[in-house]
Design a protein around this ligand. Structure first.
Ligand code: 3NM
Length: 228
């Protein structure tokens, strides 16, 4: 299992079956993204294409071997049982998913790291005890067409407001340091400004899934350069 480090958040690809737009299947695409140099991958099976439990398990198992081959951490979105079943490196949960401390307790028993979505300082304050949470996913930075129930866009000021609760570049909660990854409607030209805030990385669906091979490599390299 890969231990969490904040640098892993730099080029954080989020994807599932519904996000494949170039005629590829998920596994073929994810291998292309791993080759292009993404630093973390989250399997997020949400959207119009519905997979059965068995299909999800089979896909997640394939993603497990693939990400292991490339030494890139695999995170499962919102499904702790699936994450445990396939031996994922991390679990990501949203505000509505479950009690965060229950997730933390079970994840830590398995040696997994934990990410939590937090959009506003009020949500951060109301999230309860965040001990054991390894990173926060914050957004949407810009309007997004990918997540239909996304909160209103928070922009760079919203990211700064979250950071303002503590010191840059890390949010300190209850005595632990938690880096933030920005998400939602982010394209490569936005990344320099986001990196300048001290945010640890960018999580993207469209900007990375709607890129052919050459573009994908270029985008990944541009993002890495912005955080270098
Ligand atoms: N979570 P794209 S926005 C999965 O704000 C997700 O928490 C969000 O996709 C949040 O890069 C989002 O295509 C969708 O906008 C990100």
């Amino acid at each position: 299992m890969i231990e969490f480090e904040p640098q892993m958040l730099q080029v954080y690809l989020v994807a599932g079956s519904s996000n494949m737009s170039l005629g590829e299947d998920l596994i073929t695409y994810v291998e292309r993204a791993l080759k292009a140099g993404i630093t973390m991958f989250q399997y997020r099976e949400k959207g119009p294409i519905k997979r059965t439990r068995g299909e999800k398990l089979a896909l997640a198992q394939q993603l497990r071997s693939l990400t292991r081959q490339y030494h890139v951490p695999l995170v499962i979105d919102d499904d702790l049982e699936l994450a445990i079943a396939i031996g994922a490196d991390g679990i990501h949960v949203g505000q509505s998913d479950t009690q965060i401390q229950q997730v933390v307790r079970r994840a830590k028993q398995q040696g997994m790291f934990v990410g939590l979505s937090v959009s506003t300082p009020a949500q951060l304050a109301n999230s309860g005890d965040l001990t054991g949470v390894n990173y926060l996913g914050s957004g949407p930075v810009n309007a997004t067409k990918t997540k239909l129930d996304a909160d209103p866009a928070i922009g760079i000021p919203g990211l700064l407001a979250l950071q303002d609760q503590t010191d840059l570049p890390i949010v300190a909660i209850g005595g632990i340091n938690v880096p933030i990854v920005a998400i939602g409607g982010i394209n490569v030209p936005d990344v320099a400004k986001i990196a300048a805030t001290g945010i640890a990385g960018v999580a993207m669906i469209s900007a990375l899934t709607q890129a052919n091979e050459a573009d994908l490599k270029l985008r990944v390299n541009q993002i890495k350069a912005a955080f270098a």
